[in-house]
Design a binder for this molecule. Structure first.
Ligand code: ADP
Ligand code: MG
Length: 322
């Protein structure tokens, strides 16, 4: 089944990069790795029914399979260069591959990412994308550099993707006049925006950075563990979209913002002296960044509620309010 589909993929993802000596079509790709750069690589897999609901449009799956990987590069401050795509399909479904590769290419093209190879096999619908990016030597952002006193910031808004999944799962009875808000949240779930420009801008500014894929508490928790510090977050400061707040009560919206996954925003730590500059830089790039808390001595993430009291929540996810 593969040849026609691979040729389709090759045509639709054509991307002029003179560092691709040999792309799709041989036993392996050959890439001219620039001298004086660090190579940053990541791979993420999406399994139908686990990472996206059955029935998700093929183009949305193609976009998201690449977006979640580009988000990992963004969190490292890397510029995307090349990708590999492993596609496991129940059958040789040309319409699916056309839709999939259209969504993939829509995101790849503006970032000048070249698809240089992959694998195509039969089996339950599963997509793995491996991405390769570049950073100046020693400049990759990591999870491990946060220092006590740093300010914690986050790009965009939090909780939208979880609310989008909720909107898909809870069937609507009649028209409540909120279809457009629901659609916006579902878009945020299916078409996340990897914050690549922000990640690059943060290379020289942030002490630590992570992308929010599993929820803010879990992912900021990773920074805390890797850096040997704690974090204090203010619930009142969490950036939440008007769509989220219009559709959900405050407690649910807070729960989505703290523990919902799939937002693919960046959460990062910068010294107090840099906050204004970083916020100005990220606003200029679009999207901006919101300060949500501080790095403190200790361990784990604590969340201060609207009334000033600490909320009861576990780093790995939501439990309940105190
Ligand atoms: P081999 O059997 O030598 O591994 P394949 O028949 O699997 O080769 O692949 C042929 C060519 O097509 C290779 O260059 C491979 O990288 C590319 N390719 C296969 N599947 C994909 C895919 N899903 N996306 C991009 N390139 C692919
Ligand atoms: Mg071979």
């Amino acid at each position: 089944m593969e040849f026609d589909l691979i040729e389709l993929i090759r045509q639709r993802t054509a991307q002029a990069r003179d560092d691709v000596r040999l792309g799709i079509g041989d036993d392996a790709a050959v890439l001219a790795v620039p001298v004086g750069k660090d190579l940053v690589v990541a791979i993420d897999t999406l399994v139908e029914g686990v990472h996206f609901p059955r029935g998700t449009a093929a183009a949305d799956i193609g976009w998201k399979a690449l977006a979640v990987n580009l988000s990992d590069l963004a969190a490292m401050g890397a510029s995307p260069a090349w990708a590999l795509l492993s596609l496991t399909l129940p059958q040789a479904d040309r319409a699916f591959v056309e839709g999939f590769i259209e969504g993939f290419a829509q995101l790849a093209q503006p970032h000048r990412l070249a698809l240089v190879g992959g694998d195509t096999t039969r089996g339950p619908l599963t997509i793995s994308v491996a991405v390769h990016g570049l950073v100046p030597p020693g400049k990759a952002l990591t999870r491990s550099g946060a220092r006590v006193g740093d300010v914690v910031l986050v790009t965009g808004t939090l909780g939208d993707a979880a609310a989008g999944l909720h909107a898909l799962q809870i069937p609507l009875r009649g028209d409540d006049g909120h279809a457009n808000l629901r659609q916006h949240l579902i878009e945020r779930l299916n078409r996340p925006t990897p914050r690549l420009a922000a990640g690059i801008a943060l290379r020289d500014q942030a002490h630590a950075c992570v992308d929010v894929s599993d929820g803010l508490l879990a992912d900021l928790g990773h920074i805390c563990t890797a850096s040997g510090v704690g974090a204090e977050i203010d619930a009142a400061l969490l950036p939440r979209s008007s769509a989220l707040l219009d559709l959900h009560d405050d407690i649910t919206a807070l729960q989505f913002a703290l523990s919902g996954g799939d937002d693919y925003e960046l959460c990062f730590c910068v010294p107090v002296s840099q906050v204004a500059q970083v916020q100005a830089d990220l606003s200029r790039l679009g999207g901006g960044a919101t300060r949500i808390g501080r790095i403190v001595a200790g361990e784990g993430v604590r969340v201060r509620g609207h009334d000033g009291a600490w909320l009861e929540c576990a780093t790995s996810g939501w439990e309940h309010f105190a």
